[in-house]
Design a protein around this ligand. Sequence first.
Ligand SMILES: Cc1cc2nc3c(=O)[nH]c(=O)nc-3n(C[C@H](O)[C@H](O)[C@H](O)COP(=O)(O)OP(=O)(O)OC[C@H]3O[C@@H](n4cnc5c(N)ncnc54)[C@H](O)[C@@H]3O)c2cc1C
Length: 483
Amino acid sequence: MAYYVATSGTGVKTLWCSTVKIARSPCCIEEGFELMAVPAGVKYAIIGAGIHGLSTAYHLALRLKETGRGSGKDILVIDKTSIAAGASGIACGVVRNNYYQPAMRELMAHSVAVWESDPKAYSYHPVGYMQISPEVMRAQVATIYEQQKAIGYESVFIEGASDSQAYMEGLFSDWQAKGITSVLHEKRGGYANNTASMYGLATKAEAEGVRIMTGIEVSGFEFASDGQAVTALITGKGRIACDYVVAGAGPWVAKIWKMLDLPATVAIKDGDGRMHTGVPMWKYWCLEEGTLGVDPNMHKTNDGQMPPVIHVDTDAPLYSDVDGTLITDKLWGLYYKPDFNFGGIQGGSSPYKVETPVDEVALDPYGPDSPDFIVGDDFIHTWCSMLAHCQKRFEGKIGQYKSHEKSGGLGCFTPDNFPVFDQFRGNVFVIADSNHGYKMIGVGKLVAEEITGRKSRLLEPFRFSRYAAGKLHPVSNSPFPWS
Ligand SMILES: Cc1cc2nc3c(=O)[nH]c(=O)nc-3n(C[C@H](O)[C@H](O)[C@H](O)COP(=O)(O)OP(=O)(O)OC[C@H]3O[C@@H](n4cnc5c(N)ncnc54)[C@H](O)[C@@H]3O)c2cc1C
């Protein structure tokens, strides 16, 4: 574990161990704590102690050792707040392969294998995942199933309204969602406990010698005399010289991008070969999630097992579970799972786009602490009505929604809503997952391989150059921007 002393504006010294405040007096230093000063220089500086920063740090430490180039001691992770302070610490934690884009599916299969490699440390629950869909999505989901078969990712595909209903009733006797004509049941995947998995990763990284320092914010970069490579991070705690930078800043990526002087807009070639210029590089969506405070055990399957994560999309009219009024007759979707960590049935529905200009979006305070980007009564009413639409056991339960616990948060999206994983300026790797990323624990492993000289075929479809080249990913009919 990394120890260091932070001094407040009023001069009070506090001893921290990673993110845990140990003492407000430095007396315990004399009792043998090995303090970590902010180093003047490091080989590898990683910005962000979320899923990508920590996974990259851990896997880079392993790669450096394996290739005889160094060790985790060459790596410093810094975070402006703490481990899991960003999107990774509030994610629902769903891990799935269900993507219409072949490149995303392959990348997710790789990531699921990483989750499966150490379920205990990653607090991973391999309960599986179900995509339950209406007719308008049937053909696309069928292709997902075919391609999952092709890459050896185990799943079952059921087609037709009555077979779908029978399959769902075989799992949950009270299944009643309407407008469903296909069910894709992924036998792998599931979910992980957000903060616990970040600490699991941090512990593994620190065991390899990686230093993690929190409460240090990067406010700029220093560039080489030719204006290209980054030579140092400018932080609130001083300058940190570095040979290589990995930016895993999650929703703050737009700020880091600007500090790196990368383009605010991009040109994109569409499927017809037409160029669209001036497309903003970043936009924000607000994710809406919450918890129904019932006993998580109430959502077990007919045979008493923990159920797969459920995702339903449907174009059946949605009526209020409170007063029977019509909420929507457009395509809608929700996801949910029993979660003992959240203490109930936790999940969410489609996000909404934030129309404020990117530079003006109030990112901090983030997540539940934000006064602007948390769910309100509309979400609670809609999501609880969606749950009741799907399963009788959730009817009349809205009163048990945990409205005292704030939830929801911002995600930063790219122009096509798919990740950009690429190196810029010759020595900066930007991991911008376009909010797909808690499940993508394996990306850090691939980034570590690239940094140490092994190009990744799986990362290739996510290069920045795809916009100008028109190498875009296919778009699905799902109501979610991330499917
Ligand atoms: C409500 C919600 C639910 C979600 N649910 C899921 C889900 O179920 N499954 C899924 O796969 N994905 C989910 N996502 C998306 C997923 O959480 C993110 O894509 C992923 O966690 C991003 O990881 P990251 O490491 O890039 O960023 P983060 O986890 O946000 O970490 C970035 C870190 O960088 C630090 N930082 C930022 N700027 C600086 C700076 N200048 N200097 C120093 N440190 C800095 C921050 O403090 C933060 O700790 C969800 C997102 C939200 C908001």
